[in-house]
Design a protein around this ligand. Sequence first.
Ligand code: FE2
Length: 162
Amino acid sequence: MNYLGIHKDNLAPVVSELNTLLANYQVYYQNLRSFHWHIEGQNFFELHEIFEDLYNDAKVKIDEIAERVLTLRHYPMSNLADYLDHSDIRESRSLVADDEMIKVTLENHQKIIQAMRRVIDAADAAGDEGTIDMVGGFLADIEKRSWMLDAWRSKKFASAMM
Ligand SMILES: [Fe+2]
């Protein structure tokens, strides 16, 4: 038992999934910075700001995930090479079209959502409710942000009015 009352061995799978989530978040964060810098066209003002809002949110969550790993008395992954190695999200390159950026962001969200669900499953098996509570909150938040991006891409009203 550690000072949280959870056996250290039971936490190993939780920490492993938290580190995978962290790796995904770091690559996602850099993709968002890239989109923030490379956005051009008629939606510049709107999307330049949206990508900034998303990466600032990701920055906060990255720190919370890493510090959750520390709270469990393990160490967070902290090298870029390791992040790239463990992330399901790949670096985005040479994207210019704004709707392509939103599409890729939504795909990145899907990978993060899957990684969050794996964390919750592992934490559930370990009886680690603190992790479930934290990541569960993040999950609902990224689901809501995904809805907004999906709504931005939706052409329902535009086509109905034509
Ligand atoms: Fe900026």
